[in-house]
Design a protein. Structure first.
Length: 281
């Protein structure tokens, strides 16, 4: 489909890793920083010695964390070696598949992952792997934007094209084996694994710059760009490889969806989840 994907574990991930997608990943990081007031995490960690960032992408979160915590040793792993070479001295990147067996010899005090919804076949197994890899008292935190739209006024009737696209993504992702509807189950899954002090923070994120509040308007402006670019990245592989669509049909659908996102009368938003818990001492 004219996009570049990872070659390690080919076909294991449906999102491209080319420069266009890397720019979008960094934009997503900027959105998270605006949304949280500059906080990289919500877990109440204290002087973590070893930190693991699962699916680090461009590595921007890991770089910021390493800069803020110079006494921590940070490892970022990903299927694609797309991270920069100029790094803080306390950070390394590795090409690895976190859905396979973990080969790290040391335990961690903090394990983090962002935008992991839709990227995992078996969350129960992943929570167990993270639990085993943490030191007693260590924290796990997953952050992800919910693939859903919410609306508090009568503009919900303008959602038909977006809702069709969302439902098709859910269906294709389920066929691919990595669902986009697990996010609400994370707290209970973590508790069943053995985590304690499990908490969930939820923040609203507008789809476009429709809110009157200046901060939300700015967030909406960036998220609108994120969605316009991201729905292409999320759709191409899933629709052509799982649903059997042609590339032309995918783009024809996206034209209608993008028109919804550009319509100032549409007042949609979604929610961003920050779920974290602690391994007992």
């Amino acid at each position: 489909n004219g996009r570049r994907y990872q070659s390690y574990r080919t076909g294991a991930h449906f999102i491209p890793n080319d420069e266009h997608e890397q720019d979008r990943m960094d934009l997503t990081h900027h959105i998270y920083m605006l949304l949280t007031g500059g906080n990289l995490y919500f877990a109440p960690i204290s002087n973590p010695r070893r930190v693991l960032d699962l699916g680090t992408g461009t590595g921007i979160w890991a770089i910021d964390f390493a800069d803020q915590h110079p006494n921590s040793f940070v490892i970022g792993n990903d299927l694609s070696p797309i991270q920069p070479s100029w790094l803080p001295p306390n950070l390394i990147f590795e090409v690895d598949d976190f859905e396979s067996e973990w080969a790290h010899t040391g335990k961690f005090d903090f394990i983090h992952s962002r935008e992991i919804e839709g990227m995992v076949k078996d969350f129960d197994r992943l929570f167990e792997q993270a639990f085993d890899a943490l030191n007693p008292g260590g924290w796990l935190e997953f952050q992800s934007i919910e693939l859903a739209r919410r609306c508090d006024d009568d503009s919900y009737h303008l959602a038909a094209a977006f809702d069709r696209w969302r439902d098709l993504v859910h269906s294709a992702a389920q066929g691919f084996g990595k669902r986009f509807d697990t996010i609400h189950s994370w707290p209970d899954r973590m508790k069943r694994t053995g985590f304690t002090n499990v908490r969930r923070e939820i923040l609203n994120l507008p789809f476009s710059p429709w809110p009157k509040d200046p901060k939300l308007k700015e967030l909406g402006r960036y998220q609108q760009i994120n969605l316009l670019q991201g729905m292409v990245s999320y759709s191409l592989f899933l629709f052509t490889n799982v649903l059997g669509w042609s590339q032309a049909d995918v783009y024809a659908l996206l034209v209608d969806v993008q028109a919804v996102l550009r319509n100032p009368a549409v007042h949609f938003y979604t929610r961003v989840h920050f779920v974290y818990g602690q391994k007992p001492y």
